[in-house]
Design a binder for this molecule. Sequence first.
Ligand code: NDP
Ligand code: MG
Ligand code: MG
Length: 340
Amino acid sequence: TTDIYYDDDVDGSYLATTTVAVLGYGSQGHAHALNLHESGVDVVVGLREDSASRAAAEEDGLTVTTPVEAAARAEVVSVLVPDTVQPAVYERIEPELEEGNTLQFAHGFNIHYNQIQPPEHVDVTMIAPKSPGHLVRRNYENDEGTPGLLAVYQDYTGDARERALAYGKGIGCTRAGVVETSFKEETETDIFGEQAVLCGGIAELIKVGYETLIDAGYSPEMAYFECMNEMKLIVDLMYEGGLGAMWDSVSDTAEYGGLTRGDDVIDDHVRENMEEVLEQVQNGEFATEWIAENQANRPVYTQLNQAEKDHDIERVGERLRALFAWEEATEGTEDEDQTR
Ligand code: NDP
Ligand code: MG
Ligand code: MG
C-alpha cells in the first residue's frame, strides 16, 4: 500500500528560514503564494514586467518582482507558469539556481520530457495538488486541505523529500494527505487521464450520445438533459461514494441497463484505442506533437477549440441553462475565480 503523508509527518521548519519564489500568479500560483505566505513563509512572486497578474498579487499583499530577481532571492523556486512557457522562463532563471536550492513543480511535463534540464546541484521536486488552484486556495482558507502528490526527481541535498513535504504542508496539502509518486508516473497518468477519460473521453461520450439522439429525431432539449446535464448528478454520486453509490441511487432499470449495455458502448475497441493513446503518452509522441504545435502558434488547437464552441450542444445548453433556476443557484460558487 501507498504511504500517505499528513501534517504530523512533516517537519515544516525548513521553510521558516527559506524564501520561496513563486513564478506565475495564475490558477496554482496565486493559491501556492497566498497559502505559503499565510503559513509564515517568506514568499516573493515572480512576474514579467508587463504582467496582467501583477495588480492582483500586489493587492493581495505580496512582494512582486521579475522571475529572475525572485529566483535570485529564493532558495526554493516554484515554477507555476503554464507548462508551455516554462522552458523559456526557466532558461532565464537557471543562472540564479545556487547549490542546494530547490526547483519545485506542480506537474512533471517539462522535466519528464526533457524540456527543462536542471543542473546537478539542485533538488528537483514536485508537489502537485489534485485540484484546480481556486480550490487549493479556498480549502486552505476554510482550514481544509487539498490532496496532493509528491515526487522527487533529483535529490542533491539528501533532504529533497522532506523539503518538498514542507512545501506541501505550507500550501495545505498534508492536511488532506500527500501520496508519493514519480515525475514519470504523475506526468503519464495525468496526461492519459485527461485525454482518455476526464476531458477528451467524457466530452466525446457526451457529444456522441447527444448526436445519436438528435439523429434519431429526439429533441435537442431532451438530448441535452439526458447526455450532458445529468452527468453532474451522476459524477457527484461517484465522487461521494464510488460507483456503488451511483448504482445504488439510480433506478434498478438504469442499473440493469447500464450494467448490461455499458460495455457494449465502451467495448474492446475503445480499450485498444485507450492503449494506443497511452502509448503515445509513454513514448513521447504526444509531447513532441504538442511542443511542435505550440512552436507553430497552435493551428490545430485553435481550429479544434473553435469547432467545440460551435457544436450544437453548446448553443442548446446555453439557452437551457439561462431558462432554469438551478443554474442560478450554483453559479458563482463552484467556478468563480477559476483563472485568476
Ligand atoms: P496559469 O495558466 O494559471 O498561469 C498563469 C500565470 O502564468 C499568470 O500569472 C501569467 O502571468 C503567467 N505567465 C503566462 N505566460 C507567461 C510568460 N510567458 N512569462 C511569465 N509568466 C507568464 O497556470 P496553471 O496554474 O494552470 O499551471 C501552473 C502549473 O500548475 C502547470 O505546471 C500546471 O500543469 C500545474 N497544475 C495546474 C493545475 C490547474 O488546475 N490549473 C492543477 C495541477 C497542476 P501574466 O499575467 O503575465 O500572463
Ligand atoms: Mg490533470
Ligand atoms: Mg435517466
